[in-house]
Ligand binder design. Structure first.
Ligand SMILES: NC(=O)c1ccc[n+]([C@@H]2O[C@H](COP(=O)([O-])OP(=O)(O)OC[C@H]3O[C@@H](n4cnc5c(N)ncnc54)[C@H](OP(=O)(O)O)[C@@H]3O)[C@@H](O)[C@H]2O)c1
Length: 335
């Protein structure tokens, strides 16, 4: 476990180590994503942020909050419904035009919602819940990897991998349930990251479980009545098991920027490792470039990962992901 004081001490070094990061935040208009964005903005000097979300009003509100923390932060909002691969592609094209030769330091992905309504198919033919939590996140990654980000952080359920997956229906077109969607989204993310770290060794791929934290997730996902019940009755009763949003955000910033989680191959660009590790904190997972993290920054993995690794599922999951997203993009263009 990485102690919180060490996390704060490491984050405090960002202003001198990486004073002007360029970063893309997808899902940073609320909750854990927004709190992590605010933490990055407040710890750096002149950050340049591309914030991607589906609502202009939420984007404007998020930018206002960030600029209250750091008036020198440059933040551009790009509108995209991340359930649609076509909109993800359009947003990525705009990011690439704007970033140009500067390249990207960080990509943070935290889009999500919980779906109790059963299978919903997008007009591109993907399971909507998986499109938001998995396929679109992976599409951002594959489209933005040419900008050579040093660190990619997906905030979802690292260490919570579970099986068995329905390998004949990874995209859950016929087998959607609430639990299958959670299981597939989380486990496929971890397997895909292991594969990507082998094909892109100069980027670190971090999949984190953030802890249970009170955000607008329940209200937005289940409607205001059930959401209010969960937020104001259930979560307070579970308070000993929940973590304050500010702590979760500080830890996500540490996952994103600490040399504890380096790319597998730094080449000659040692500065891409991130903020120097605090004394007594080791490099995680032998510096392999992919990190499945629990809320306290420790690596772990569900038993299913070992089983699926032995059958080459990291590669197979990535091939499935690429093919399904390409198919969705083509279908979307025909609509
Ligand atoms: N909170 C927890 O206790 C907890 C625990 C474990 C894992 N997680 C996971 O962590 C992630 C972040 O959770 P959170 O609590 O921060 O939730 P949140 O506050 O609801 O944030 C989710 C973000 O996703 C965006 N989003 C949802 N659908 C979108 C779409 N179609 N297009 C573009 N953006 C979309 C939301 O944008 P809008 O502002 O437009 O809604 C929001 O910015 C989720 O995947 C969640 O499952 C959360």
């Amino acid at each position: 476990m990485v102690g919180l004081p060490l996390v704060h001490a490491s984050n405090a070094l960002l202003g001198t180590t990486i004073p002007s990061p360029s970063a893309v935040f997808v899902g940073g208009t609320s909750g854990i994503g927004l709190a992590t964005l605010k933490a990055l903005v407040s710890h750096t000097k002149t950050p340049c942020i591309y914030l991607i979300g589906r609502k202009e009003s939420a984007g404007k509100e998020a930018i206002d909050q960030c600029q209250q923390q750091n008036a020198n932060a440059q933040i551009v909002f790009l509108k995209a419904d991340c359930s649609l691969i076509g909109e993800v592609d359009a947003a990525c094209m705009r990011v690439k035009e704007m970033v140009g030769d500067r390249g990207l330091d960080f990509l943070v992905l935290s889009t999500g919602y919980l779906n109790l309504e059963g299978m919903i198919e997008t007009k591109e033919g993907l399971n909507r819940e998986l499109a938001v939590t998995y396929y679109s996140r992976m599409r951002f990654i594959s489209q933005l990897l040419p900008l050579r980000p040093s660190h990619i952080l997906s905030i979802l359920g690292g260490t919570k991998e579970d099986g068995p997956l329905i390998t004949s229906d990874l995209g859950l077109k016929k087998n959607h349930t609430f639990f299958n969607a959670a299981k597939h989204g989380i486990t496929m993310t971890s397997l895909a990251f292991e594969h990507l770290a082998s094909t892109h060794p100069d980027t670190a791929f971090v999949h984190a479980f953030p802890a249970t934290v009170k955000t607008g997730l329940f209200t937005k996902s289940f409607g205001w009545l059930v959401g209010l019940f969960l937020d104001w009755i259930v979560l307070p009763l579970l308070r000993p098991l929940t973590t304050p949003l500010e702590e979760v955000a500080a830890r996500q910033l540490f996952h994103l920027t600490s040399a504890r989680y380096p790319p597998a191959d730094l080449g000659e660009r040692n500065e891409r490792a991130g903020v120097t590790r605090p004394v007594g904190v080791d490099v995680a997972n032998a510096g392999k470039g992919w990190y499945l993290l629990d809320p306290k920054g420790e690596c772990g993995e569900g038993k299913v990962v070992e089983e699926m690794r032995s059958e080459e599922w990291p590669r197979k999951v990535w091939e499935h992901t690429t093919a399904s997203s390409n198919e969705a993009a083509i279908k979307g263009k025909k609509e």
